[in-house]
Design a protein around this ligand. Sequence first.
Ligand SMILES: Cc1cc2nc3c(=O)[nH]c(=O)nc-3n(C[C@H](O)[C@H](O)[C@H](O)COP(=O)(O)O)c2cc1C
Length: 200
Amino acid sequence: MSSHHTDPILEIIASHQKAIALHDVCARVCFLATVAADGSARVRVMNLNGISGRCFELHCSEQSEKWQQLLHNPAYELLLWWPSVARQYRIRGELKIMPQFLVEKSWSQAPYSFKLLDRFYQEYQPLGSQLDSQQVLLEGLNNLKRKYPNPQDVPPPSHLRGFYCQACWIEALYIDKLRIHQRHCYSYTDNSWHHELLVP
Ligand SMILES: Cc1cc2nc3c(=O)[nH]c(=O)nc-3n(C[C@H](O)[C@H](O)[C@H](O)COP(=O)(O)O)c2cc1C
């Protein structure tokens, strides 16, 4: 073990900014794996809403399966893969629930179409429930558009949730063109990051 390496979060933030500048299609998303009640694995794409401190900010609905899974078992792995900068990061740690006023503040900046869909979950049918046809969804969204013509005046639905994946373990894989990759493992103990170089 050594601690000669800098904070991996700073490195992730630098890679993230580079990926955004390079218009990486994956720059604004992440892959979150959770554990279902029966112990089987689940994984899905999510928007990566921000990185600060050791925290990666994600948003979802309390109606979603992932939220129920996380309440039942807070174990997760968060994967970041940014091809433009040839970096993969795997992140594990604690789950922290985001204060609701911050969730709603962030949601107020969301695109109009996202807001209407979130209202649909509240006023028509919950997320993941069976739809009789796509037309039912489109009609509901049109009704909501008439009900809330101004994007700024769409009220936040009560099912919005946000959480932070607070990292205490990070594995960074730097992909090299010559296929001599670098694999760095960081663990957070005693208030600092400790580094190990692994066989890639
Ligand atoms: C580009 C992209 C971004 C997404 N962002 C989110 C997100 O931020 N939050 C979310 O709950 N679902 C997001 N989804 C949808 C999820 O991948 C998933 O289909 C949905 O949340 C249901 O997952 P669950 O049943 O595991 O809860 C996104 C999907 C894509 C393709």
